[in-house]
Design a protein around this ligand. Structure first.
Ligand code: NOJ
Ligand code: CA
Length: 740
């Protein structure tokens, strides 16, 4: 037996070690079994939540890191610090935990340490391999971490996959996952399941006595993404990693650490939304200068392509494009190319007139004629515009109106090609003043055989973030792996899609947006692309079919319930022009927050949040416009105007001298069942009176029969007031509150 030592805090015993959370409600027990197998268990308020569960690995050479260990040492530590995110749901985050590091050794020289951190809202633990152990270079066949639960809990899950999480969620008991798994899969151009017992993280669970358990991971760096393998009859879960093209599930070089495995536990669903467990387990910001990173409210020449009104491609005359050899100027346009000069200018005018920061344009570059489904390596060069897209002139025009253009890099999943062109692509962005890129990974990955969530791809996504940071570029990556809090370290990762978003139109289930904050959003913000006012596809794009299943008030509520520093008003200008009074809320609402409160929540049923804007960000947004190469110094975003109660004609200078108001936004969304929200305004300043504008579902609103029926009510309110508001089926509400 190796010597046992303890640095500070509680003294471990020879047979087990125990750690408690700062508030004493969570207790973690670590032990070695009689044959030296490491196990842990977790209790909440004295009740078991995770039964003794195994830890360890199987390596590709057959070595099992599951038993034969002795406890060399256990040391304890604690941390209570506050840090300031560059953007976020609040301006300060408390990182408060107790820590236990157990050092394990084996007679064959293997050393494996496990670091546990216990917060008031949950557990994080990871494996660490020191340099002085026997293992130097080793390949993982599987990580064998278990989560043995205490019952057949209710789960909100999407099925396990190595390539996509663009799925609707299913709510079922753990034991029903196996039989329901196939039914919930949608066709996706790149999807790889590993059988009917797989689910993805973040997995939201609820026990029959009302405990919410959320299992996820944090800080996935140089390691594959974890799915979970469900044993429905034993109510247990086990990590199932994404293999690389050769079947390896992690290529390790000591010293190294794994991502954190997380188990959030609370008896209040609102606390799941308030938790910062995943962010706290990530490393602090890696960038010295973050002055160029800012939240973005944007529109896009995008929905018209998604709905089929226009297209990304330019011509029907080329069966296959050979970049650099295909002379587009000699080809006949098919007449449906969305990213043409005239159309883009129209969007710039609209976005500028309505106080937006930016405009995304897709389909601007050569290669869209055969980008999809053919797994073509040299698919785009990311620098050559189509003949009808005058990139320098459009940027100059946008900047003169205070709008930045957002670049679009669809990689078509050829990461090889993207890395080949990345410097030139980012340099082009710098030359013309683009500071944000939406990237995309549609289709099967090149290098051939890799998966969206395998270790080489995890490394690719981080490579693009570092590279983008060198060029002062913010990134919003679609179809990339779902985030695990890396935006704390790399705050230029301002968005990801990585879940089923608005692009799925009529396929999205009512209730989807009241599940995502419990699952996908736990790891970081989502570019969900809300704001679709016209649900009927045949109206937006004549000849198309399908109706989206939400009300207009639901779409407004999302700007508050779905936190993202990057928020889109996704619908067409024409559709917003038909509902100017509802559109006003999207113009006014902020995208970065001083404080967030979670007033009501139940997964899949309803979420109600109240948020107070971060004034610093609005000031910075006004300065940001002034920094545009051709920018006018007097532009002001819609949100900044609203907060200070300034007229449309107000300038950035007016903002500086304007008297600050106290402003809050409240939003709610609900699922398949209607819900009456009770909003107690006790978060307001009791000494002030506020002007309230409530955007609600009309009494007859319903996502199937009257999705566009809403009411707008103005009133004066105080902190002692309570507002009751009915949300229709798949409905919602939005409320802006500004002190007089
Ligand atoms: C899928 C993305 O999610 C969508 O937003 C984009 O328009 C298309 N790929 C084309 O890149
Ligand atoms: Ca997508």
């Amino acid at each position: 037996m190796l010597a046992l030592a303890c640095s500070k805090g509680q003294a471990p015993s020879n047979t087990g070690t125990e750690l408690t959370s700062p508030d004493g409600k969570l207790t973690l027990n670590f032990a070695l079994t009689a044959n030296g197998a490491p196990v842990y268990s977790l209790d909440f308020n004295g009740k078991r939540v995770v039964k003794p569960s195994k830890l360890g690995f199987e390596l590709c050479d057959g070595t099992l890191l599951t038993e034969g260990f002795e406890l060399a040492d256990a040391s304890f530590d604690s941390c209570d610090e506050t840090w300031k995110p560059v953007w976020g749901e609040e301006s300060e985050i408390r990182n408060h935990y107790n820590e236990m590091l157990v050092r394990l050794g084996r007679s064959d020289g293997v050393k494996m340490n496990i670091r546990f951190r216990l917060f008031d809202d949950g557990l994080g633990f990871r494996y660490e391999f020191p340099q002085d152990g026997k293992l130097r270079y080793f390949n993982i066949a599987e990580e064998l971490t278990e989560f043995v639960l205490c019952g057949d809990h209710t789960a909100w899950w999407i099925s396990g996959d190595y390539d996509t999480q663009e799925y609707n969620y299913t709510k079922s008991r753990l034991s029903r996952i196996h039989s329901q798994s196939l039914a919930m899969r949608l066709s996706n151009v790149s999807a790889t399941d590993f059988g009917p017992d797989g689910v993805q993280t973040a997995l939201q669970l609820k026990t029959d006595d009302g405990i919410y358990i959320n299992i996820h991971e944090a800080a996935v760096v140089n390691y594959p993404t974890a799915n979970l393998l469900v044993n429905g009859s034993k109510h247990s879960l086990r990590i199932w990693l994404t293999p690389d093209a050769q079947g390896v599930k992690g290529r390790m070089q000591a010293p190294c650490v794994t991502p954190w495995r997380t188990v959030m536990v609370t008896d209040d669903a609102r606390k799941v939304l308030a938790s910062r467990l995943i962010l706290n387990l990530n490393e602090p910001c890696a960038l010295d200068d973050v002055s160029w990173i800012h939240p973005v409210k944007y529109m896009g020449v995008w929905w018209e392509m998604i709905t089929g009104k226009t297209q990304w491609s330019y011509t029907s005359d080329v069966p296959s494009v050979q970049l650099g050899k295909t002379d587009y100027s000699a080809l006949k346009p098919h007449g449906k190319h969305g990213a043409n000069n005239e159309n883009v200018r129209r969007y710039i005018d609209f976005a500028a007139a309505n106080g937006f920061d930016a405009l995304l344009i897709e389909g601007w570059n050569e290669g869209w004629e055969d980008w999809f489904g053919c797994q073509k390596d040299y698919v785009f060069d990311f620098v050559t515009p189509y003949p009808d897209f005058d990139l320098p002139a459009l940027n100059a025009y946008a900047h003169s109106k205070g709008i930045r253009l957002v670049m679009h890099h669809e990689t078509s999943s050829s990461t090889v090609n993207y890395e080949r062109h990345m410097d030139a692509a980012y340099a082009l962005m710098n030359r013309y003043g683009y500071d944000a890129v939406k990237s995309g990974y549609v289709g099967n990955i090149i290098p051939y055989g890799e998966h969206h969530y395998s270790q080489p791809l995890i490394n690719h996504y981080l490579y693009t973030l570092r590279k983008a940071a060198d060029y002062h570029i913010m990134v919003n990556a679609h179809e990339a792996v779902r985030p695990t809090g890396l935006c704390r370290t790399w705050p230029n990762l301002i968005g990801n899609e990585s879940a089923m978003g608005t692009e799925y139109r009529a396929h999205i289930n009512p209730g989807h947006t009241s599940i995502l904050p419990f699952t996908r959003l736990q790891g970081g913000p989502m570019d969900y692309t809300p704001g679709i006012f016209e649900q009927d596809m045949s109206i937006t794009a004549p000849g198309q079919k399908g109706k989206m299943r939400h009300t207009i008030a639901n779409q407004l509520g999302l700007y508050v319930t779905f936190y993202s520093p990057l928020q889109m008003a996704a619908d067409l200008p024409d559709n917003y022009e038909r509902f100017p009074d509802a559109f006003q809320f999207i113009k006014d609402v902020a995208v970065d927050w001083e404080k967030s409160l979670y007033l009501e929540a139940e997964p899949g049923e309803y979420i109600v949040c109240a948020r107070k804007p971060r004034i610093e960000t609005l000031n910075k947004a006004a300065e940001g416009v002034a920094s545009l190469p051709d920018g006018k110094k007097d532009m002001l975003s819609g949100a900044a105007r609203f907060v200070y109660a300034l007229p449309e004609s107000a300038t950035a200078r007016d903002l500086v001298v304007a008297k600050a108001r106290d402003v809050w936004y409240v939003g709610g969304v609900c699922g398949e069942k209607a819900h009456e929200a009770t909003v107690k305004l006790d978060f307001l300043d009791p000494s002030l009176t506020y002007e309230a504008v409530l955007y609600a579902d009309a009494p007859d609103a319903d996502y199937e029969t009257a999705p566009q029926a809403y009411t707008i009510t103005r009133s004066q309110v105080k902190a002692s007031d309570i507002i009751k508001v009915r949300m229709a089926r798949s409905g919602g509400f939005a409320l802006s509150l500004r002190s007089l």
